[in-house]
Write a protein that binds this ligand. Structure first.
Ligand code: FE2
Ligand code: FE2
Length: 194
């Protein structure tokens, strides 16, 4: 991976995302970089993962689902495809990162892939992007600011807060809650005091 990749990514995002989504991606990368060194994560990897995390966000449901036609799927894939296919944009993003930008770094790929649901036993870069996606500067509100400040001090606590807020939001809005999210929540609760 060379530095030139940043320019190619920005060019791709500019062409494929709405101006708001482009801004959001930039802001996620910027906030993630702000807290990366404190968490001993490579700034370069953080920048690439932050910029690319929503690279598939503008794809239609059909475009996203077609990416998985010849690929091995995963637990709950069928349920997600029916109830909330847009959630698959993070998995589609990983495919684009590999295909368009030849990214092979597992930390970067997983940070993109799991920024929607999270996963059990996440690495630091994965948590960093998961949290930054939720608290980046373009998102407003008192609770967001509180979690943003928490993220600057303690990434793990902020991660827990974001996971809880995401679940709360889905329940309050009466939407389908992906079982993967419940699995992830239960896994972290079981590890919390150990
Ligand atoms: Fe996303
Ligand atoms: Fe995002």
């Amino acid at each position: 991976m060379n530095k030139n990749i940043e320019m190619r990514i920005i060019d791709y995002l500019f062409k494929h995302l709405s101006p708001n989504r482009f801004d959001h991606s930039y802001n996620v990368a910027r906030f993630a970089i702000e807290i990366a060194s404190k968490n001993n994560v490579s700034i370069f990897k953080t920048k690439i993962a932050g910029l690319l995390h929503d690279c598939a966000k503008a794809m239609t449901d059909n475009e996203i689902l077609s990416l998985f036609k010849k690929r091995k799927t995963f637990k709950y894939f069928n349920e997600i495809s029916v109830f909330s296919p847009q959630l698959l944009h993070s998995f589609a993003g990983e495919i684009i990162a590999k295909k368009e930008f030849k990214i092979q770094d597992k930390d970067i790929l997983n940070a993109i892939k799991y920024h929607t649901f999270g996963k059990k036993n996440m690495g630091i870069l994965e948590k960093l992007i998961f949290v930054s996606d939720y608290v980046s500067d373009n998102r407003k509100g008192k609770q967001i600011i509180q979690i943003r400040n928490l993220a600057k001090k303690n990434l793990n606590e902020a991660f827990f807060a974001v996971l809880a807020k995401k679940i709360e939001y889905v329940i309050r809005s009466g939407s389908w809650l992906c079982p993967q999210t419940i699995d992830v929540w239960n896994w972290y609760v079981s590890k919390k005091d150990n």
